[in-house]
Write a protein that binds this ligand. Structure first.
Ligand code: FAD
Length: 364
């Protein structure tokens, strides 16, 4: 990137969120990140800007404003109609170089996971992937680094920011949570797991007040190395775990009668008006398709009620469900770790307990 110095940290201000949209509809992750970005911008004393890329996307700006954006940067171009890595990375880097945000957030979605690292490399900054928590850290880590750092590999005296985005993500297979800062480069970039941050309520007055800005960028056919020739929708509708209020998940505990166990979970989910999820053991065994997986390498859910049937409660599973409003666990082993996070624990065989639960719900 010409005329862009990622080490000139004092020049960078404001929080930006790349807001993913498809076919003119914003992703729920975009709205979650805008809501989280609002808190960060308030803590950092800057503006919150949504960044929209697409062909005709200006109409979405109001929705972003309603959820907390002060400003929306709208980049419209026919070559941005479908997502391609080249076009989106070119335009996003152009506008970041022009606007110099202190923080740039993307969803840890297929698109965000593709776009984020490429932009970070071009912008000569770092990126913390798959974050589950963000906050602003003032000075603490930097003073530690100043005293202890041996990282000035080429003898360069780097400036270090006194305030940083503290990005937290699971590490070492989910066994610990790592807090990471990027003290020497800007923007601080992070991808954030879908479903982790809470969406703020919509505010009509804020939606009407949002400012639309059309930043300068350049894009031509010569920038593209790939082209979308056809979009094929998945034949099977994927389960909407993240948006569900009730999730009934099965684990290896259904092994003695897989078909019967999945049917029982589906019956309970139907009774509650929810959907069926599963542990990785259930997915790896081929009992449910991958879109049902809850956990560190699956989806993060926080429904009103999460029912865990025959799931032990490994740390990687808990990482995806422990923030549910109410957790019900059924397990034959009274010492199973799932009971540590359960609000209601039933020690028993799920094949006996679940029909009784369904009967009780019907009778209520
Ligand atoms: P098990 O641990 O085998 O537990 C089965 C439970 O069923 C036991 O507690 C048993 O007492 C109970 N049971 C048996 N029969 C019955 C019955 N009839 N009625 C009631 N209870 C019964 N796991 C995830 O779930 N999601 C992830 O995203 C994920 N990501 C991972 C990422 C990494 C890097 C790694 C290393 C692992 C990951 N795992 C993940 C795997 C995780 O560590 C566990 O292996 C997995 O969650 C275990 O699934 P389970 O609880 O279904 O099976």
């Amino acid at each position: 990137m010409t005329n862009f110095d990622s080490t000139a940290i004092a020049e960078f201000k404001n929080v930006w969120v790349f807001c993913e949209q498809r076919e003119g509809k914003l992703s729920s992750t975009a709205l979650e990140l805008i809501s989280e970005g609002r808190k960060l911008a308030d803590d950092l004393g800057g503006k919150l800007c949504g960044v929209l890329l697409g062909e005709k996307v200006e109409a979405l700006a109001a929705e972003l404003g309603g959820h907390g954006a002060d400003e929306v940067l709208v980049c419209e171009h026919p070559l941005l109609k479908d997502y391609t890595t080249d076009a989106y990375a070119k335009v996003l880097c152009d506008v970041v170089a022009g606007g110099r945000p202190e923080v740039l957030l993307l969803g840890a979605t297929n698109i965000g996971r593709d776009l984020g690292p490429r932009c970070a490399a071009r912008l000569h900054t770092g990126l913390c992937a798959d974050c589950t928590h963000l906050d602003v850290d003032v000075a603490k880590y930097v003073s530690y680094l100043r005293e202890n750092s041996t990282l000035d590999v080429d003898g360069t005296e780097w400036d270090m920011a006194d305030r940083n985005l503290k990005m937290t993500r699971p590490a070492f297979g989910g066994h610990l949570m790592a807090s990471i800062i990027c003290p020497r480069f800007r923007p601080c970039m992070a991808t954030v797991r879908p479903g982790v941050m809470k969406k703020a309520p919509y505010d009509l007055a804020k939606a009407q007040a949002v400012k639309v800005v059309k930043p300068a960028f350049s894009l031509s056919e010569a920038d593209l190395h790939t082209r979308v020739t056809e979009t094929v929708k998945a034949a099977k509708k994927l389960v909407d775990l993240i948006g569900a209020d009730y999730v009934v998940s099965v684990g290896r505990g259904i092994a003695k009668d897989v078909e019967g166990g999945v049917k029982l979970a589906q019956a309970l989910a139907d009774e509650l008006g929810g959907v069926v999820g599963g542990s990785r053991a259930a997915i790896d065994s081929g009992w449910l398709s991958a879109d049902h997986q809850v956990g560190q390498t699956g989806k993060t859910v926080h429904p009103k009620v999460y029912v865990a049937l025959g799931i032990s409660g490994a740390i990687q599973h808990k990482a995806g469900m422990q923030d549910s409003e109410c957790i019900v666990a059924v397990n034959t082993n009274a010492g199973a770790p799932i009971f540590e996070v359960a609000d209601y624990g039933i020690t028993g065989d799920l094949f006996q307990v679940v029909p009784e639960l369904i009967e009780a719900i019907r009778a209520a």
